[in-house]
Design a protein around this ligand. Structure first.
Ligand code: FRU
Length: 328
């Protein structure tokens, strides 16, 4: 199901529902300790707390996600977002979710590092009556309130088809994968393989660079050492594509091949396309704004879709000046 436009929502309605329902917590639940009140006599409006668990802030795309959330949340003065950064450590992220449950936040947004280990703490949060929005990377099963993200399989397939067309149906390709225990890595891989089916494209080298530019650079050094000719590098994100480019440039071979990535942040992938470093990048929206819109609806007791699929755009040198073009 596609949902990308939300009507704006009155915060008063959220409060009304929260007051009426006690926010889904038992009647003895203590008031949130996080609402400091000055000693005045007027009762302060209830602060609604969202716990946001981010798997890392080492990559610009995740900084952008938090920023998108913060900008959307700022429009609602009684919405308090508590951010935790797991620094790419799964155990830390599990602990963060558990801390949010102990603190009895009203709702959790999580962008999990990987699927399997984060499934259980999220299920426990749901058992505790705390709604959970899962952003960008999926969990296993369906014990969460709403998943928001773009269709990675579709993006991977579109990348494969674009590469097939650009290489005239044949060539030697390097695939640098995102963390393969995370669902975007799995889907960008399987989608890509579907996209090149029936061509004479040969994936001569494939490695998991775990979404990280330094890892991509290192893997690309190995690929360059092994293969005297490479036509194209498909990386599951723009930092990966850029890392591969840097390794190739250091070897003096950057004119030999093309580089394709995913994310298309204006200051990152789109800028690389404008500079001629990447031949193409596919947008992967952060979903931050949609997460806050959806959180407000959930807190107001409205029904929300189980899944919100965001669109994507393709940027190449031919369309980048015009803002790219949407994937069909
Ligand atoms: C950031 C990132 C993005 C990628 C997304 C996939 O951590 O690696 O570059 O598109 O995660 O979940």
């Amino acid at each position: 199901m596609k949902t990308s436009v939300f009507s704006s929502f009155s915060f008063g309605a959220v409060l009304a529902v929260l007051v009426l329902t006690g926010c889904g917590k038992g009647p003895t639940a203590p008031p949130a300790s996080s609402s400091p009140q000055s000693g005045g006599s007027a009762p302060a409006e209830k602060v609604v707390t969202i716990g946001m668990s981010q798997c890392n802030l080492g990559e610009p795309w995740r900084v952008q996600m938090n920023q998108d959330i913060a900008t959307a949340a700022q429009k609602h003065p009684n919405l308090k977002v508590v951010y935790k950064d797991a620094q790419n450590d799964t155990l830390k992220q599990r602990a963060h979710v558990e801390e949010f449950v102990s603190a009895k936040v009203d709702l959790i947004i999580i962008s999990p590092k990987e699927a399997a280990p984060l499934t259980e703490p999220v299920a426990k949060a749901m058992d505790a009556g705390i709604p959970v929005i899962v952003l960008d990377r999926r969990l296993i099963g369906d014990k969460y309130t709403c998943f928001i993200g773009a269709d990675n399989k579709k993006i991977g397939k579109a990348a494969g088809e674009w590469i097939k067309q650009t290489l005239g149906g044949k060539g030697k390709v390097v695939e640098l994968e995102g963390l393969m225990t995370s669902t975007p890595g799995q889907d960008r891989h399987s989608g890509f393989r579907e996209g090149i089916v029936g061509s004479q494209i040969e994936v001569v080298f494939e490695a998991d660079m775990k979404w990280l530019e330094p890892d991509a650079r290192q893997e690309m050094e190995s690929a360059l050492a092994r293969f005297p000719h490479i036509d194209l590098v498909y990386a599951h994100n723009d930092p990966g594509a850029h890392g591969a480019y840097l390794a190739t440039k250091a070897a003096g071979r950057e004119k030999e091949m093309k580089f394709v990535g995913i994310d298309a942040l204006p200051q990152e992938g789109v800028a690389y396309v404008s500079q001629g470093i990447l031949s193409a990048t596919f947008q992967y929206p952060t979903g931050g704004v949609e997460a806050i819109d959806t959180a407000l609806k959930i807190l107001a007791g409205d029904k929300v879709p189980k899944e919100i699929t965001l669109g994507s755009r393709l940027f190449t040198k031919d369309n980048v000046a015009n803002g790219g073009e949407p994937l069909p």
